[in-house]
Write a protein that binds this ligand. Structure first.
Ligand SMILES: Cc1cc2nc3c(=O)[nH]c(=O)nc-3n(C[C@H](O)[C@H](O)[C@H](O)COP(=O)(O)O)c2cc1C
Length: 199
């Protein structure tokens, strides 16, 4: 009898501002998921400067013990000899959080120079879920055209633009909002934020 494959999620972290979103997402992915984590070199540096945390096993274990480190496969952004570079490796989708305009451009134009861009390209060609948590402000027309092109190819563009209708009391609440909406888009159940309610 065939055994059921585990649930698998690819998490790309690129060099945009917004690293707390990526860390909160990693903390909130349910334990049944295998996580394939790919961070660009820019992401590594920005994460250290924005949060004091490095995107490697020992730093995540030290700072965020609730992350299920044993579920994370740390992949190098320049290593294409890895299963997530191939469509024959089945996954339940991918998120790029935060997604820089450079990585957006690579994805939107099929220019797969990094593993994040290649894994996203594969995710689109296999018609799997791809969420791009884009971060820049303001956007120029190149950014906007790239977002449209990625959306037309099947990606969900989820701007890192938190809502304030739930009256956030802290930065944590704002970070939770984006992580929650990202998990919603991946159709992964979450308890961070439950949407707008009438009062
Ligand atoms: C501190 C810092 C913050 C940055 N924030 C953003 C950002 O919010 N959005 C963006 O598109 N690029 C941002 N950049 C520029 C990208 O890091 C740069 O374009 C890089 O080439 C992205 O490459 P990557 O997507 O492969 O990580 C930032 C750079 C630095 C040093």
């Amino acid at each position: 009898m065939k055994s059921k494959r585990p649930k698998r999620l690819i998490v790309g972290v690129s060099g945009a501002s917004g690293m707390p979103y990526a860390l909160r997402l990693l903390q909130s992915i349910p334990e049944e998921y295998e996580i394939y984590l790919i961070a660009s070199s820019g992401a590594q540096r920005i994460c250290k400067s924005e949060t004091g945390i490095e995107l490697n096993r020992s730093s995540l274990t030290n700072h965020l013990p609730e992350i299920r480190n044993e579920n994370i496969n740390f992949l190098s952004n320049d290593d294409f000899f890895t299963p997530v570079a191939s469509g024959s490796f089945h996954t339940d989708g991918m998120v790029v959080i935060p997604c820089s305009m450079k990585t957006l451009s690579g994805i939107a134009n099929g220019y797969t120079q990094t593993l994040i861009e290649r894994a996203a390209d594969v995710t689109l060609k296999e018609k799997r879920k791809l969420i791009l948590v884009v971060r820049e402000t303001p956007f120029n027309t190149i950014h906007l055209k790239n977002m449209l092109q990625a959306a037309e190819a099947g990606a969900i563009i989820l701007p890192a633009s938190p809502g304030f209708y739930a009256n956030p009391k802290s930065l944590d609440d704002i970070v939770d909002f984006i992580a929650a909406r990202t998990l919603d888009a991946l159709q992964i159940s979450q308890s961070l934020f439950h949407g707008w309610k009438e009062v």
